[in-house]
Every structure is written in C-alpha cells, then in structure tokens.
Design a protein around this ligand. Sequence first.
Ligand SMILES: NC(=O)c1ccc[n+]([C@@H]2O[C@H](COP(=O)([O-])OP(=O)(O)OC[C@H]3O[C@@H](n4cnc5c(N)ncnc54)[C@H](O)[C@@H]3O)[C@@H](O)[C@H]2O)c1
Length: 310
Amino acid sequence: MVSPQTILVTGGAGFIGSHLVDKLVKMGHRVFIVDDLSTGRLQNVNKQAHFIHASINNPLVDELIARERPNVVSHHAGQNSLTVSVRDPVKDATVNIEGSVRLIEACRRHGVGRFIFGSSASVYGEPQYTPCDEAHPIEPISPFGLSNHVVEEYLRLYNLLHRLDYRVLRYANVYGPCRDLHEETGLIASFISSMVRGKQPSIFGAGDHERDFVYIDDVVDAHLRAMEGGTVGAYNVGTGHSISVNDMFLLMKEVMKYRWGPTYAPQRPGDISRISLDTSKAKRELGWRPTVGLEEGIRRTVAESGRPVD
Ligand SMILES: NC(=O)c1ccc[n+]([C@@H]2O[C@H](COP(=O)([O-])OP(=O)(O)OC[C@H]3O[C@@H](n4cnc5c(N)ncnc54)[C@H](O)[C@@H]3O)[C@@H](O)[C@H]2O)c1
C-alpha cells in the first residue's frame, strides 16, 4: 500500500493527464490540477481533484506550489500539436519551454520531491535505427520535438545545480478511450472521431509512415512506477513495434465495421517517417512493460468511444 501523497498534475483536463488523475485519486492521493482548458475539457476533470483553471505560465502556480507543497509534480500541460509547433513556434516555445521552466523553477524554490515530465519520442527526430533506445542521438526535426528536448535539458541542469529529482517519460503515440475526441488527441482518436461522424478519415502523406502505439493504461502504469522508482533521466514508454498509418486504418476499419476508405492530405513538415521505442531501460529499472496489445487496445478504445455512422 502506497502512502497518500500530494500530487500536482498539470494538464489534468487533457487526455493523458485526466487518466492519470483518475488513477491517482482512486489510489487515495490528494490531487491538484492546473489546466487552462486550451485543449482539455472540464468534463475530463475528476471531481475529487482540486482544479485550478490557470496557465502554467501564470505566477499563481508558484503560489499554489508554495502553499500545497506537492510531493510530486507531474507535468502534462503543453502545446501538443506538431502542426501548431511548425506554424507557430513562438506559441509552442511560450507554453512548452517558458511555461515548463517557470514550473521547474517553482518546484526548486519550494522543494518539490520529484518532477515527472511527459516528453515525447519526437526528441529523437528521424531515427538512425529502430527501435530507438534512450542513447539514440537527439536530433528533433520539429519545434515540438525541440521544445521537449529543451525541457529535458533544463531538468538535467536543475538536477546538476539544485539536485532536483526528476524522471522524463518519452512517450510514443499514446492512445485509449477519451471523452473528447478531436484531431489533435492523436491519430487513433482522429480516425474514430471521423468514423463515428460518417466522415472519411484523413491521412497525411502516403500513409506509409510508421508509429509505435502505446495504450493509456500502460502509460499510467509507467508513470506510477516512475513516481516510486528509477533514477534521474529519461525512459522510453512505447512497445518496440511500429505499424504503418495505412495498416492502422485497415485495423480500425475492421474493428469499427467502417465501410469507406481514407482521404490523403499533403505530408506534414516535421513528421518522422518511421519510429518505435526500445523500452528495455524501463523494464530493467522500473519493472515496467507494455501489457495491452494493439488489437485489444483498439477494441477497448472503440468500445468506449462510439460507433460509426452508416
Ligand atoms: N498523446 C500523445 O500521444 C503524446 C505523445 C508524446 C508526448 N505527449 C505529451 O504529453 C502531454 C499530454 O498530452 P495529451 O495527449 O494528454 O494532450 P492534451 O492536449 O489532451 O492535454 C494537454 C493539456 O494541457 C493543457 N494545457 C495546454 N497549455 C496549457 C497551459 N499553458 N497551461 C495549463 N494547461 C495547458 C490543455 O488544456 C490540455 O488539457 C503533452 O505535453 C504532450 O506533448 C503526448
């Protein structure tokens, strides 16, 4: 039995953050959420958590941390769109870099026990080999990948200068049931969103780019383990396998009994062509491994996210 802690989850009204909050509340922890609801939704917010409707860029967050003294800060608030990051890198940097540094600095000032950052596989850029382990060169090819990397570097520096204890979780493509389907919630959510509305899902490029999809319950489990164990540094959270976007479409078409084909849109700048993540380090140091296979995960996601329109 884990002793109850005070935990601040930024982005707790979003996809990953809300699943994490639900689990933490269920485990008996005292949970605070900071979210500006820019992409998150109030309906995602767990009623037993304390919700603060604010940006991580707001000085209020420092006051909150000073007052509540969380044991753990789990950082999942962010600008999560690759497309937005290419179109508006200043916006991406303002939230993902400046907002994160403000948060990290508040954690240092008020002695937070552990900082957990939800980073991204996009820090690796176009892989030189797959699956990528954590020692793979870091060469992001989008402002989003770069901003995630910069935050990881701030954490490394804060550990060096101030002994801030931290874990970075580099997520592959996370999917699972969500109460708010929209295109930026990820590829699978965007496919389901189109299929249930009777619209043809849109694929960027030829659909031959490959992604590693990891189920949300496994992501939450990795996070819980990172709260308790491991060492400072980064852990990949994926499956080690990749599937092309076209094959993913076919799998979902079958599961959802959808009749039509996809439409194809131009390739997005900054999109990686093929990636999967080696998770041996998380297995070795956190005792974590992914447990939900792709087909099972898709079925669970679809079951909780609606049926297609004929
Ligand atoms: N979903 C994935 O596949 C995936 C993969 C890699 C990394 N990540 C990272 O994990 C984190 C969470 O992703 P998600 O899929 O849950 O995205 P999401 O968009 O569902 O959640 C992000 C949340 O952050 C909030 N937010 C945005 N800017 C904010 C600000 N300035 N202040 C306070 N709140 C703010 C949003 O309202 C939203 O609730 C993001 O940082 C994302 O980059 C996600």
